[in-house]
Ligand binder design. Structure first.
Ligand code: SAH
Length: 279
């Protein structure tokens, strides 16, 4: 173990556009010796801000495609490099705390007495709200906003769907592109108001951003008869009407995937001591 004290800085990189990163995040990236990077981080950010002397280790997850770096492996790398005295940046897409495994990482850092800092980032919902001109809590349209996920069917109990259908809150679904038609079915089954619309936002804030606005009652599994690009976000509510009125950005012409697919690193250093995380 090194005598130099290591540290981990958990940093939010923003949702896609490389300029949507904080000054604080940039400063840490410039100083980092090791960067453990999520998949949904703009490659431009790494290129522009990470020092040539730093080691960048991709630790992406792409659960929908069944390729994910095990969380326990990420935890091991965090501890290993910090104990070697390195300054480690754990670079996460969007904000560090929204639908991320930050709790696992904080737990392992605290257990190992490794100092850490947390630097926020712009989450996909707020980044996209701006780029799509969908003000998430616009007066007279919505009373609040809920960040949700529905990637597997036991996540939200049936009685909660009823409440979701009735609330005036804007609903934002992360990690739910594969289950979009089920989300629509549940909400319409519970009589969601027809003046609420669905915006499907693919690759938000990147040059390939695509927004499709749909009427929930006209939606059917075939409405979007193609696989949605990754990543994509669902926004549901009256506020989606405002997109048509106030949009300032046209859909990107290129629909190719902006982010690289996950490349799994050889796990030879992985001890396998901890149970493999499912995602
Ligand atoms: N911590 C991240 C979210 C991680 S979960 C954040 O704060 O944004 C990953 C999910 O976020 C994706 O499945 C997708 O639903 C959403 N997401 C992230 N970036 C996105 C983007 N550029 N466009 C659309 N959705 C995005």
């Amino acid at each position: 173990m090194s005598t130099k004290k290591g540290k981990v800085v958990l940093v939010g990189a923003g949702p896609g556009d490389p300029e949507l990163i904080t000054v604080k995040a940039v400063r840490w990236l410039q100083k980092a010796e090791i960067v453990l990077a999520d998949r949904l981080v703009s490659p431009q950010i790494i290129e522009d801000y990470v020092s040539h002397y730093a080691e960048v280790i991709p630790v992406g997850k792409q659960c929908g495609r069944g390729v994910s770096t095990p969380q326990s492996y990420i935890n091991e790398l965090l501890v290993k490099y910090a104990q070697q005295g390195k300054l480690v940046v754990r670079l996460k897409g969007g904000d560090v705390s929204i639908f991320s495994n930050i709790l696992d990482e904080l737990t392992v850092l605290a257990e190992n007495h490794i100092p850490y800092e947390i630097i926020p980032g712009i989450t996909a919902a707020t980044g996209i709200a701006a780029f799509a001109a969908i003000p998430l809590t616009a007066r007279n349209h919505s009373k609040g906003v809920r960040f949700l996920t529905y990637y597997k069917s036991d996540i939200l109990p049936e009685e909660y769907w009823k409440e979701l259908a009735q609330t005036d809150d804007t609903l934002v679904f992360y990690m739910s592109s594969e289950t979009a038609s089920e989300v629509v079915e549940k909400l319409t089954a519970h009589h969601i108001s027809p003046d609420k619309l669905l915006a499907v936002v693919e690759q938000g804030t990147t040059p390939n951003q695509q927004i499709t606005v749909l009427n929930l009652y006209e939606y059917s599994g075939t409405t979007i008869n193609r696989k949605l690009a990754s990543p994509s976000l669902l926004i549901i509510g009256k506020v989606v009407q405002l997109h048509q009125q106030f949009k300032w950005l046209e859909n990107g012409l290129n629909t190719e995937e902006y982010f690289e697919p996950v490349v799994l690193q050889p796990l030879e250093q992985y001890s396998g001591k901890q149970k493999l995380a499912t995602a």
